[in-house]
Design a protein around this ligand. Sequence first.
Ligand SMILES: NC(=O)c1ccc[n+]([C@@H]2O[C@H](COP(=O)([O-])OP(=O)(O)OC[C@H]3O[C@@H](n4cnc5c(N)ncnc54)[C@H](OP(=O)(O)O)[C@@H]3O)[C@@H](O)[C@H]2O)c1
Length: 323
Amino acid sequence: MNAIVFSQTGGPEVLRLSEVPKPEVRPGMALIRVHAIGVNFADTRFRQGTYVVKPKLPDTPGMEAAGVVEAVGDGVTNVRPGARVAAFTVKSYAEYCQAPASMVVPLPDAVSFVDGAAFPIQVLTAYHLLHTADATGPGRTVLVHSAAGGVGLAAVQLARVAGARVFATVSSDAKARLVLDHGAEAVVNYATGKFADEVLRLTEGRGVDLILDAVGKPTFEEDLRCLAAFGHLSLYGRAGGPIEPFDVVRLSPKSQKVSGFMLPTVTRNFPDKTRESAERCFALMRDGRLKLHIGKTFALADAADAHRYLESRQSTGKLVLIP
Ligand SMILES: NC(=O)c1ccc[n+]([C@@H]2O[C@H](COP(=O)([O-])OP(=O)(O)OC[C@H]3O[C@@H](n4cnc5c(N)ncnc54)[C@H](OP(=O)(O)O)[C@@H]3O)[C@@H](O)[C@H]2O)c1
């Protein structure tokens, strides 16, 4: 089968289309004929060797896919061959991939393979940041950074659905328009100015209850400045670099909370919660209250171009590869 393989870590050019053996289905696993592959920012870090999970070279990137189950291994009872599914997996930049049966989510007929591939990581990260790591609901104010990206656009819409007031940041005016169209009340261009002053102005000096931050070092200090009393800053990525070590005593005067988040904490430990949240989000997609913005699709062979585009900060929404 065809797969993207890299034999050394580095820039997008290390990603090459190669012929590799089709995986043999193992006990507890589902073998999936891949129809669409979700590209995640973490894939670019994995390729560079700077992600928490290190590649075992030669390796294949990819953490999610949608397709049709071709075979299941011994002991699998929750999914059958022929089922349309989305899955949390590894090595998904390929024509076939394997996923643990507990990490496979049935895809409703109304959801395309492209939306299915766009869904697992970014939408469920946004959902669980808002509803598992926090208790987003009516009356809460939420600030979403890098809001035109995959997780960002999902978070803006899901926070609005929950009844929160949503503010957002992006790095260009074109992205700001897109985020406003997805339901943010106000969008600040954080490339051209400090966002905390604007957020404080928008909240009459109170600040926001929840900040979703996957940028890290460039935004952290400003975050603390515009976080409300008892506010919660959730750090779930570091696209702009890791934050400097800081003294938690600094959080005391306003009783603030800073937390970390990784989606696998939910998907690996709470499969029922994962499925339930997926079903809720599929229902919102059916209602039209959650729209997945597919920024661009690429052929699998052009995975390097997809990575270049994502790292350029020009991309919006989700990038998808088609094998
Ligand atoms: N913890 C978890 O479980 C989890 C799960 C999924 C994703 N994440 C994290 O969430 C973030 C978003 O992921 P995504 O896949 O949806 O990607 P994305 O948001 O579509 O793309 C990354 C965005 O990060 C922003 N950014 C800020 N500083 C950047 C820099 N120095 N270089 C490149 N981009 C920069 C850019 O938006 P602007 O140009 O508008 O700033 C860019 O569009 C990533 O940091 C990712 O690692 C974490």
